[in-house]
Design a protein around this ligand. Structure first.
Ligand code: NIG
Ligand code: FE
Length: 392
C-alpha cells in the first residue's frame, strides 16, 4: 500500500488528547503519514522517519484537520421548498407542517431520482469537507416509501437512520396512535434491515415523549440504536427521553431547561446543535455556552433538509456557531469533527492519531480559525478520504 506523507503543515488538528496542546491537539510545522487504511505516524515535519514515504505532499504551511463528521441530515427527498423559505423571510412562521409537502414530493419521486438526489447532496457535502455523513429517512411515511428512502440512503452512507416518526402523515390525521403503532410495528419490521439508527421528532406538532419512548424502545429491541430530534420548536420531553433511553445524541436542543442541560451533562448523550436550522427559520439559536460550560459534549451538524436547513456546508455552520452561538473557533471545529464522531459513537473518525481513518481536509489557510473568520469563502482546498484525494 502506498504511504503518503503530508508535510509542511502549518497547523495540524489531531483532536488527540495525547498531545497536550489545547482542545484540538494542534501541532505546528507538522506532518502526517497514512496509507489507505489508517494514519501511520503524526509528528513534527522535521522528524518524519526516513524511508516512510512513498509519496510526499508539501502543503506549504496550510492547516490540516480531520474530515468533518456530520451526524444529522435528511438526504432522501423529492422537490424543494424555496417558496416556503421566501415566505418565511417575508414573515411567515416555521412549523413542522411543511414536512408534509416534502412527503408528497418524495412519494412521487422514483427510486432512481431519490438515490441520484441523495448522492448529489452527499457529493456536495464532501466538497465542504464532510467525509462521514449520517442521513435519515422521514419523508416517505409509508412502509414502502420509508424502506425505499433508506435504500437510497444506503447507497451513500452506512450511517442510516429510520425516521418513520417524523410527523403524522395526512392520511392518519386524527389517528396518531394508529400511526405510532405502524411506525413501531410493520414499518419498523420493513426498515430495520436497512438502518443502523432510529430517530423520532419529539416536538410540538410531531410526537410527544410517550410516543417517542414507545417507538425508540421498539427500535432498540430490533437492534437499532436510538437518537432523537429534541426541543427544536418548544420545551418538552425530548431531552429527558433521550437521556432515559441512552440515545447517542439529542439533536437541536434549542429550548432547554436547566434540568435538560444538567441531564445531558451527566450522560453520554451528545447535544448536537444545528445552526443552519435556526439561521433558515429565523429562530433563536441554542445556548451552546450553557451546554459547554455545564460539561455537555456538543456536536455541530448541517441538518441538510429542504425545509429548515438546506445547506451541506459545515464551514458555514462553524461560522454561525462562532459568530452567533459564542462557541470559540476551537470548540466549533472540535464539535464538527470529534463531536460528530461522538454523536455517531464512532472511534475511527473525527481525529487524526495512529490507527484512525485517514480522512482529512487541507484548508487554503494557515489555521482553522479561518473557517469562521472567512465566512462564505471556499477555503476547503483538498479532501482526502481513506487516504485518497477525493476533492481538490
Ligand atoms: O431537523 N425537525 C424536524 N425535521 C427537520 C425539518 C424538516 C422539514 O422542515 O422538512 C429538522 O429541522
Ligand atoms: Fe433533522
Amino acid at each position: 500500500m502506498t504511504v503518503t506523507v503530508v508535510t509542511n503543515v502549518g497547523e495540524l488538528i489531531t483532536n488527540d488528547p495525547e498531545h497536550d496542546v489545547g482542545l484540538l491537539g494542534a501541532l505546528r510545522d507538522a506532518a502526517i503519514a497514512f496509507d489507505a487504511e489508517s494514519v501511520l505516524w503524526v509528528g513534527a515535519a522535521a522528524d518524519v522517519p526516513e524511508g516512510l514515504a512513498d509519496e510526499i505532499v508539501d502543503v506549504d504551511g496550510r492547516a490540516v484537520l480531520p474530515g468533518f463528521v456530520d451526524s444529522h441530515n435528511h438526504l432522501a427527498f423529492g422537490g424543494d421548498r424555496a417558496d416556503e423559505f421566501a415566505a418565511r423571510m417575508a414573515g411567515e412562521p416555521y412549523g413542522a407542517g411543511g414536512i408534509r409537502s416534502t412527503v408528497a414530493a418524495t412519494r412521487a419521486a422514483s427510486d432512481r431520482q431519490l438515490t441520484a438526489h441523495a448522492r448529489r447532496l452527499a457529493a456536495e457535502a464532501l466538497r465542504s469537507g464532510i467525509t462521514t455523513i449520517e442521513s435519515k429517512s422521514g419523508y416517505g411515511l409509508t412502509v414502502h416509501d420509508e424502506r425505499r428512502s433508506l435504500r437510497a440512503i444506503g447507497s451513500v452512507t452506512a450511517e442510516s437512520t429510520y425516521l418513520g416518526a417524523h410527523v403524522v402523515p395526512a392520511e392518519f390525521a386524527g389517528r396518531p396512535d394508529d400511526y405510532v403503532s405502524l411506525v413501531a410495528g410493520e414499518m419498523l419490521d420493513a426498515c430495520a434491515p436497512h438502518a443502523k439508527w432510529i430517530d423520532v421528532f419529539c416536538d410540538r406538532g410531531a410526537f410527544d415523549g410517550d410516543q417517542a419512548r414507545e417507538i425508540l424502545t421498539a427500535g432498540i429491541s430490533r437492534g437499532l440504536l436510538p437518537r432523537i430530534h429534541a426541543n427544536q420548536l418548544g420545551h418538552g420531553d425530548g431531552v429527558r427521553v433521550a437521556v432515559e433511553v441512552g440515545a447517542a445524541s439529542a439533536d437541536h436542543v434549542t429550548f432547554a431547561t436547566d434540568e435538560d442541560i444538567e441531564a445531558l451533562a451527566g450522560s453520554s448523550t451528545v447535544a448536537t446543535l444545528l445552526p443552519g436550522a435556526e439561521f433558515s427559520t429565523r429562530a433563536t439559536y441554542p445556548d451552546a455556552r450553557r451546554l459547554l460550560d455545564a460539561g455537555a459534549t456538543v456536536a455541530l451538524a448541517c441538518d441538510c433538509n429542504p425545509g429548515s436547513s438546506y445547506t451541506t456546508s459545515m464551514p458555514f455552520c462553524i461560522a454561525v456557531a462562532v459568530r452567533d452561538m459564542r462557541m470559540t473557533p476551537a470548540e466549533a471545529v472540535w464539535a464538527a469533527t470529534a463531536g460528530g464522531a461522538a454523536a455517531l459513537r464512532r472511534e475511527d473518525v473525527g481525529s487524526l492519531a495512529v490507527g484512525k481513518r485517514p480522512d482529512l481536509v487541507v484548508l487554503d489557510a494557515p489555521s482553522v480559525v479561518h473557517l469562521a473568520y472567512r465566512p462564505g469563502v471556499p477555503i476547503v482546498e483538498t479532501v482526502w478520504r481513506r487516504g485518497v484525494p477525493v476533492y481538490s
